[in-house]
Ligand binder design. Sequence first.
Ligand code: ATP
Ligand code: SF4
Ligand code: MG
Length: 401
Amino acid sequence: MEDKKGILGKLFGKRNGRGAVKSVNYMSAKEIRRISHENRRITDELERLRNRENVPESEYTTTMKDPENILEIEDLNTYFFTDIGTAKAVDGVTFNVPRGKTVGVVGESGCGKSVTALSIMQLVQRPQGQIVKGELRFNAGAVTLDLAKTPTEKMQKIRGNEISMIFQEPMTSLNPVFKVGMQIDEVIELHNEDMDKAAVKARTLEMIQTVGIANAEGVYDMFPHELSGGMRQRAMIAMALACTPKLIIADEPTTALDVTIQAQIMDLLRQLKEQINSSIMLITHDLGVIAEMADYVVVMYAGRIVEQGTAAEVFHHPAHPYTIGLMASRPSRVRGTKALYSIPGAVPNPIDMPNYCYFRDRCSMAFGACDGPYPPAVSITGTHSVACYRSLTAEEGENDG
Ligand SMILES: Nc1ncnc2c1ncn2[C@@H]1O[C@H](COP(=O)(O)OP(=O)(O)OP(=O)(O)O)[C@@H](O)[C@H]1O
Ligand code: SF4
Ligand SMILES: [Mg+2]
């Protein structure tokens, strides 16, 4: 049978042969129909592959490059096949989450942070959203799974059990018509079939207490709307951590909360991470939170990683003009009452990306070389890398001398 790569090559090859979308400013109904027809052909084929029964384990098991990592994302490409063209929401993302560490993912709105997280969980909105390329190696102990290819029924056992996701909006996870306790019970039952009802309830109450809710019995019998925003977020965290996952993905976990509660929830996440010895992938706009929580930082821009390194490297020696801009746009006591800096311009349209550095049109440091193709990633240290011609030419200069 033909593999996914071969089929994709053919599907995209054919599409390019007929001329890819050039501009999304104006499109005739005929053009939209043509794209929609082609999208269906591509997504039907990908869905057919995904929905096969009895997929042999060899197709979705692999080996970690470094067993000290819990997750290795390699060349992840997740696209949305829309009627006005293909949005490359995640376009070749590669980074690792080491065991017991926190990796912060930052970038402006629309950079592909959530789509990266949803890809790991296989929660991208299908059929229009599809992982078209890349490996998501997850260290599940005895076996390493490629989450990009793991069949849905296996994935249901991984979600909640081994990897949990905490969303910005607790009501994404909590069902408004069921009591909080019941919902946490359900997660525990699903992943511990041999536990009896009393043991499940005891575990739920323990989790509610662990997340800092004093009146655990009372909250057990409440509906989500009866809780405050901070309490709801705590209840969701209790649900997410009920099965002591190896990896916690927190997508803007505190953006909707006020500052005091934000700090409490972050402290809680940090404590729980230590208690259950898991790793965290923390997505946030808030560089302050990253500075406090993260061991490693990944900076995303327009679906790609522009810089990554240890938190100290990225914070003290930012090398990409975008990271430098993000740092400058942080509120700071030193700045006093001066207006806050903001990077001019906006993220380019993911359907119509330029064929040069995606940041060039906003970059105050651009120079001649930046007219070339998208810059390759350059290693500054063993852990710090950046995709920018400034660093590339600096490195060449060093090598020349
Ligand atoms: N269901 C969808 N259909 C089409 N495009 C989508 C869909 N979901 C996301 N996208 C596109 O994918 C890109 C990345 O979106 P994503 O939600 O990952 O951004 P983000 O970095 O999480 O932003 P934010 O900080 O606002 O949460 C965006 O351009 C978005 O428009
Ligand atoms: S490659 Fe050039 S345009 Fe792009 S970020 Fe670096 S300096 Fe700016
Ligand atoms: Mg998001």
